[in-house]
Design a protein around this ligand. Structure first.
Ligand SMILES: NC(=O)c1ccc[n+]([C@@H]2O[C@H](COP(=O)([O-])OP(=O)(O)OC[C@H]3O[C@@H](n4cnc5c(N)ncnc54)[C@H](OP(=O)(O)O)[C@@H]3O)[C@@H](O)[C@H]2O)c1
Length: 336
């Protein structure tokens, strides 16, 4: 079977395709014929050696992928051959709070999905909604679940309240879609004004170009009366404006602290003094969260936004394209 492995952490040259023996499942394992995978920001950090969790040497990369089960171990009870599944990001985190014993991640410390076949413990996988095609089904594990937990986590915004989504990457577009499912109003800010129409078509009630309005926080606050929930994916480039945009008791889910240049967010004293916003954090989510999200995706027949699909043999090109950052939704790699 064909599989990619990360042999080092020096960029796409370390992404090596190998031809290996197709695995057989142990008693509690399933073998998945992978039909598609997708990229997340963390995958580029793992590739470049900047991810906080040290990857295992020679790992099969990518947490996100979808496929059908072609073989199961003797003791498997959760699945049957033919089931359509995806993996759970923190494979061992089933429910409740995360702890140090549960931090193994697919595509980092455990072999991930960028292979013709993936071997997963049956506890690491979940069934997929029927209405999704393989490309769409491969996008939910990291960006989808992060956005779901950001929007439905600590304080679920009520219908009519304002949610702010920053940019048009994977997490932001899912956040926009989930916020609309909840009946919220959504502001989308983007550094590229050319994406405004697509953001409106997805349901954004207000779109602001950050290049045309660099001090967009005040503009957002003026036009909305204040944001109730910010899904903060921008980090140091956007945090201060997000705080300005928020209502006095707003909620900011801070998903990243640093940008790709290593700069961290700052909290100017003048902003701190005039805001009572709650700042919370999260790490993607558990399998139980993933199952809850997939029920909602299924119920509302939500369709993830795909930016571009690459052939399996072009996985390096997919990484390079994704790293440039001018995306609208998910970058997908077809199965082998
Ligand atoms: N804590 C967690 O559990 C968790 C989980 C997943 C992701 N994250 C973090 O969340 C962030 C987003 O992840 P992602 O996978 O959605 O990334 P992504 O797909 O790479 O998103 C990139 C988008 O962000 C926007 N952007 C980039 N620089 C910007 C800036 N200076 N100001 C405003 N917008 C900017 C751009 O949209 P426009 O072109 O429209 O401006 C770009 O398309 C990453 O930092 C990632 O590490 C955290």
């Amino acid at each position: 079977m064909l599989t990619y492995r990360l042999e080092g952490s020096g960029g796409t040259e370390c992404l090596v395709m190998r031809d290996e023996v197709r695995p057989e499942p142990k008693p509690h394992e399933i073998v998945v014929r992978v039909r598609a995978t997708s990229l997340n920001r963390r995958d580029t950090m793992i590739l470049n050696g900047t991810y906080p969790l040290t990857p295992r040497q020679g790992i099969v990369p990518l947490s996100d992928g979808a496929g059908e089960i072609v073989a199961i171990g003797d003791a498997v009870t959760r699945f049957a051959v033919g089931d359509r599944v995806t993996g759970s990001y923190f494979a061992r985190w089933v429910d409740g709070r995360i702890n140090a014993g549960l931090i193994d991640q697919l595509g980092c410390t455990l072999d991930g999905m960028l292979a013709e076949y993936a071997v997963l413990d049956e506890q690491w996988a979940v069934r997929l909604p029927d209405h999704l095609d393989w490309h769409e089904a491969a996008t939910l594990t990291c960006a989808g679940l992060t956005a779901w937990n950001a929007v439905t986590g600590a304080g679920i915004p009520k219908p009519g309240q304002w949610v702010l989504a920053i940019g048009s990457g994977g997490v932001s577009l899912f956040a926009l879609q989930f916020a609309k499912l909840l009946g919220c109003r959504v502001v989308a800010v983007t550094s590229r004004g050319g994406k405004a129409d697509r953001l409106r078509a997805l349901g954004a009630d207000l779109v602001i170009s950050t290049s045309e309005t660099p001090e967009w926080g005040a503009a957002v606050r003026d036009q909305t009366g204040g944001i109730d929930l910010v899904v903060e994916t921008g980090g140091p480039a956007t945090f201060a404006q997000s705080l300005i945009a928020s209502t006095l008791y707003g909620h900011i889910v801070l998903l990243t602290l640093q940008d790709q240049q290593g700069r961290s967010i700052e909290m100017p004293a003048a902003l701190y003094q005039r805001s009572l916003a709650t700042i919370s954090r999260l790490f993607v989510g558990s399998r139980t969260n993933l199952e809850a999200m997939l029920r909602a995706v299924s119920q509302h027949r939500l369709r993830p936004v795909i930016d571009k699909v690459f052939a399996f043999t072009e996985a390096g090109d997919a990484y390079r394209y994704f790293q440039k950052g001018d995306v609208f939704g998910k970058v997908v790699v077809d199965g082998a």
